[in-house]
Design a protein around this ligand. Structure first.
Ligand code: NZQ
Ligand code: ZN
Length: 393
């Protein structure tokens, strides 16, 4: 195991009706004038936004609303938010929604305290030096942004999807009420589940040896997701299944299962080009990319893929031919994605084979990426070609 620091300062408030406490928690973290940031309407339709506003009003907290964050959140909305924050002397941002809304809030939070263009921090590695505090009321278990320091924004000009990461962007508090996720369309529930699983796999495929504690934590999350996802799809109002998925989503991405080990993230890097170009759901893009990536890189460490197959998907270990075991595991993963209604190839996603050179060029790989198995631009082309015609076996 490698040396590590683990810093996850977010206070999580989990359970039914907890959104009614958001005013009190904003007060606790010093907020007096709030930007209330939300998405395209689900929080209005469900009545959640009204409950949040009542909570702020009970605590006599001033707020200004900024709604209509779209999935794969755009820079244009971020600029709008930054302007409001600067003009109105906002000192706290409350995000009511999913990963898109939270990521937009984080971008506004750092842009509000920066004299230049907030985009300077995206895709460049430039360290964030200051950000307004944010809190979240999560409505979809998926991106893990409620506990992460990451923010992913799409620049409309050229549809460039890029990220930044800083501990300064970790929310002060996040409210996780599983009941709020019951209104999700089945497709979005499944996209979220796929993203959660992918966040674990990005950490599971490591070159660090002797990491049994985090391996086993990863496997626990994966096995839980394989069990609970079909359960919520069959019973959308099943609180306990929703609760297990919601907490898995947070734990999968606040890095507690990734500490002390090298991680991959190449599937995410490739997927961001798909959701950048086609504006598809991030989880759907991952369902197409990740099994293809697995097929391409599995020879790098067959025994790790065989371990996944046996421990997570219950495949039988073939000691004569471990590669067969590994392939059985990858096939089981793709079958699972298909069964929960995810696209598994280009056609099902609405992607086009002729766009592969454009997708690869947008990645701008100089030499090789990092990760479990470093990839060249040609490797990414091969992975996308596997994804074009992928089938359930
Ligand atoms: O906008 P509204 O009307 O709320 O509708 C949303 C949206 O259409 C809807 N929705 C959310 N909660 C709902 C609901 N509909 C009914 N009932 C509810 N309770 O679901 C749709 C998707 O929402 P979105 O916020 O886009 O989903 P998600 O949480 O999957 O976020 C995806 C974004 O997060 C980024 C992705 O790239 C993508 O841009 N990621 C962020 C990460 C991070 N910050 O750490 C890591 C991830 O790997 C990911 O890249
Ligand atoms: Zn993700």
């Amino acid at each position: 195991m490698d040396n590590f620091n683990f810093y996850s300062p977010t206070e999580f408030l989990f359970g039914r009706d907890r959104e009614n406490e958001c005013g009190a928690y904003i007060k606790k973290y010093g907020g007096k004038k709030v930007l209330l940031h939300y998405g395209g309407g689900s929080a209005i339709r469900s009545g959640l936004l009204d409950r949040v506003k009542s909570s702020l009003e009970r605590e006599k907290i001033d707020y200004i609303e900024l709604g209509n964050v779209q999935p794969n959140p755009r820079d244009t909305k971020v600029y709008e938010g930054i302007e409001i924050c600067k003009k109105e002397k906002i000192d706290f941002i409350l995000s009511v929604g999913g990963g898109s809304c939270i990521d937009s809030s984080k971008a506004i939070a750092l842009g509000a305290l920066y004299d230049g263009d907030f985009w300077d921090f995206y895709g460049t590695g430039k360290p964030v030096e200051a950000a307004l505090p944010i809190g979240t009321v999560l409505t979809i278990a998926a991106a893990g942004s409620e506990g992460s320091g990451a923010s992913v924004i799409t620049k409309e000009e050229g549809m460039l999807k890029r990220d930044t990461c800083s501990d300064l962007l970790r929310p002060k508090f996040s409210i996780l009420n599983p009941e709020l996720t019951c209104t999700l369309p089945t497709y979005q529930t499944a996209c979220g589940a796929t993203d959660i699983i992918a966040h674990v796999f990005e950490r599971y495929f490591t070159n660090t040896e002797e990491v049994e504690t985090t391996d086993r934590l990863c496997e626990a999350l994966l096995i839980t997701m394989l069990k609970e996802t079909p359960r919520v799809i069959a019973e959308p109002n099943n609180y306990q299944a929703r609760a297990n998925i919601m907490w898995a989503g947070t734990v999968a991405h606040n890095d507690i299962v990734g500490v002390g080990r090298s991680q991959d993230w190449n599937s995410h890097m490739i997927e961001h080009e798909l959701s950048g170009l086609y504006d598809c759901a991030h989880g759907a893009g991952l369902a197409v990319v990740m099994p293809a990536w697995m097929e391409f890189v599995c020879d790098h460490n067959i025994m790790r893929f065989a371990q996944m197959a046996v421990r997570v998907f219950g495949c039988e270990m073939n000691f004569e031919n471990p590669k067969m075991t590994a392939i059985n595991g990858i096939n089981a993963f793709r079958r699972f994605l298909h069964e929960i209604g995810m696209p598994i190839n280009f056609e099902e996603l609405g992607a086009k084979e002729e766009d592969i050179p454009k997708l690869v060029a947008k990645l701008g790989i100089q030499g090789e990426t990092g990760g479990f198995q470093p990839l060249t631009a040609e490797d990414v082309t091969q992975i996308l070609k596997i994804a074009v015609n992928a089938k359930v076996v």
